[in-house]
Design a protein around this ligand. Structure first.
Ligand code: GLA
Length: 389
């Protein structure tokens, strides 16, 4: 973990509470190579944890309530872990409240604590800062109070906390934040939660993220609506093909054959989901055999599907991908995460990164008047206890 972030967090902790933290936790954001909006559709996804993290410092206390301080926001709040939490207008605090609610749900008792955190994960960029918050916080309490919660259960409880906050998300973000491994992507079967690691070797291509700097205020409602549309579509599909239990078993010809039995929107969501599930398997095979050109092609296809069929893109993201598609040095590009803004993930020929970035940044500024941000990310370990060396 970035030592400056650790120093900032621990120094702040010491100044605020006059004590040295007992546990320091690193909780990463994630990227996703391919497999978008199919974690909640029983599909496969191919994410990885990254070296942008939230650093938490914790200590146990005997106080009547617990204190949580967000260094970057200059805000703090107190929580009584014995009381049922309610949603607050201070949005960031809800992720903590949601985790406390999950602990209570499971009858897990924790004592009081002081917690300070600071982050290097950009918020609202599709890098899952909220999953890092939920899982890092729970991981810290697990360490502090020896709760014996298994890593996969930390991810599942983190996901339930996010549902409590109001986004009916799948498991991808929390799972990859907790289970990520350095230099590996993790292929998750979101139906069974079986997973396998694959070497993240992109050969002569670099992985670069371009942040559109666009944040969609209607994200949660649109996200939950997509999920409902898929559920509706699957129910219709199953009335015609009862042997199908999820989109995973459905074929393109089956969905095409009942196109007129559903609204156009519902059809498009289902059609996308069926094709995207298949793309992930193909992409993983391409990665394993070092065929980055084939992997990139699939990423372009995913973007087109997200834009035209799933309709979770926006003009800014489409412009980035369309522009990069014309560049011979770029073999793959697509919007990453939930969509409606945030980042694109791109595969760019090594040595050409700067040229592409400069050209795109200028064009993007000229068209939208927005500053494009670029992130170089390394694939790193999942949530862990920080051990200074
Ligand atoms: C958000 C959700 C995930 C996943 C992605 C889209 O990040 O939290 O569960 O659905 O969107 O793939």
């Amino acid at each position: 973990m970035n030592s400056t972030l650790v120093t900032t967090t621990t120094t702040f902790f010491e100044k605020t509470f006059g004590t040295i933290p007992q546990k320091i936790i690193s909780s990463p954001g994630r990227i996703n190579i391919i497999g978008e909006h199919i974690d909640y559709n029983d599909g496969y996804v191919l994410p990885a944890a990254i070296d942008k993290v939230i650093c938490f410092a914790f200590e146990k206390t005997n106080a009547a309530t617990s204190t949580i301080v967000a260094i970057d926001l200059g805000e703090s709040f107190e929580i009584d872990v014995t009381q049922t939490p309610n949603l607050s207008d201070a949005i960031w605090t809800n992720y903590f409240r949601g985790v406390v609610q999950q602990l209570q749900n499971k009858g897990i008792v924790v004592g009081n604590f002081n917690c300070v955190f600071s982050s290097s994960i950009p918020v609202g960029s599709g890098l899952s800062s909220s999953a890092a918050l939920e899982c890092g916080f729970l991981f810290g309490l697990n360490e502090l109070y020896d709760l014996n919660i298994k890593p996969v259960d930390i991810a599942l409880m983190g996901q339930s906390a996010e549902h409590w906050v109001g986004i009916n998300c799948g498991i991808m973000d929390q799972f990859s934040s907790v289970m990520g491994k350095e230099n590996q992507v993790v292929k998750i079967d979101c139906r069974t939660l079986e997973y396998e690691y694959h070497k993240a070797d992109f050969s002569e291509y670099s992985l670069l993220l371009f942040d559109s700097n666009v944040k969609h205020s209607l994200f949660s409602s649109a996200y939950n609506q997509r999920r409902q549309e898929c559920e509706q579509g699957l129910t219709i599909l199953r009335t015609h093909f009862p042997e199908i239990t999820s989109f995973r078993e459905a074929t393109e010809s089956q969905i095409l054959s009942i196109k007129d039995k559903m609204t156009e929107d519902v059809f498009k969501r289902c059609y996308y989901a069926i094709k995207e599930i298949k793309r992930v398997t193909l992409a993983c095979e391409a990665l394993d055999r070092g065929d980055i050109i084939a992997l990139g092609e699939l990423m372009f296809e995913t973007h087109q599907g997200l834009s035209e069929e799933y309709e979770v893109s926006c003009a800014e993201l489409d412009m980035i991908v369309d522009t990069l598609k014309k560049e011979p040095a770029v073999v793959g590009s697509r919007l990453m995460g939930g969509g409606f803004g945030g980042c694109t993930i791109n595969l760019i020929k090594k040595g050409q990164e700067k040229t592409i970035r400069t050209k795109l940044t200028k064009l993007y500024q000229d068209i939208f008047g927005i500053e494009l941000k670029t992130y170089e990310v390394a694939i790193a370990n999942g949530t862990s206890l920080y051990n200074p060396v």
